[in-house]
Ligand binder design. Structure first.
Ligand SMILES: [Zn+2]
Length: 139
């Protein structure tokens, strides 16, 4: 059974505010590019993040990775930094980065990947709304 490759996922949620705005563009250019997401005082989302780890089930535990451990890694290295925060100003690993879903998911990967020691991080999916989501696979 150890030659099986299984994909194990854990979901987490956070709420945060952001503003999509590039300082080198004028107000009008920012509005044209980002529309209402460039609103000067920001706006919020209820985000969902799904982290998938791939690997062979351990011959003894049967786990690819213990989901309690994966939950702890996601909470300690990502969620606690972003939940109820302003993503433009409050998050050390997002400094100088426009907090689009694309950039947030890539930053999430960099935060979590070094701590995955069982299996390997395969994919992170970030939902900004129910209908809009992005995926990053470390490429
Ligand atoms: Zn937004």
């Amino acid at each position: 059974m150890t030659s099986l490759k299984v994909y194990v996922s854990r979901k987490a949620h956070f709420s945060a505010a952001h503003r999509l705005y590039h300082p080198s563009l004028s107000e009008a250019e920012n509005l044209a590019l980002f529309d209402k997401c460039s609103n000067a005082n920001g706006h919020g989302h209820n985000y969902t993040v799904e982290v998938t780890v791939a690997g062979n089930p351990d011959p003894i535990s049967g786990y690819v990775i213990d989901l309690k451990k994966l939950k702890r890694i996601i909470d300690e290295h990502f969620i606690q930094f972003v939940d109820h925060k302003n993503l433009n100003t409050d998050v050390p690993f997002l400094q100088g980065i426009i907090p689009t879903a694309e950039n947030i998911v890539a930053a999430c990967w960099l935060q979590i990947q070094p701590h995955i020691n069982e299996g390997s991080l395969y994919c992170i999916r970030l939902y900004e709304t129910e209908n809009n989501f992005v995926e990053y696979k470390g490429e």
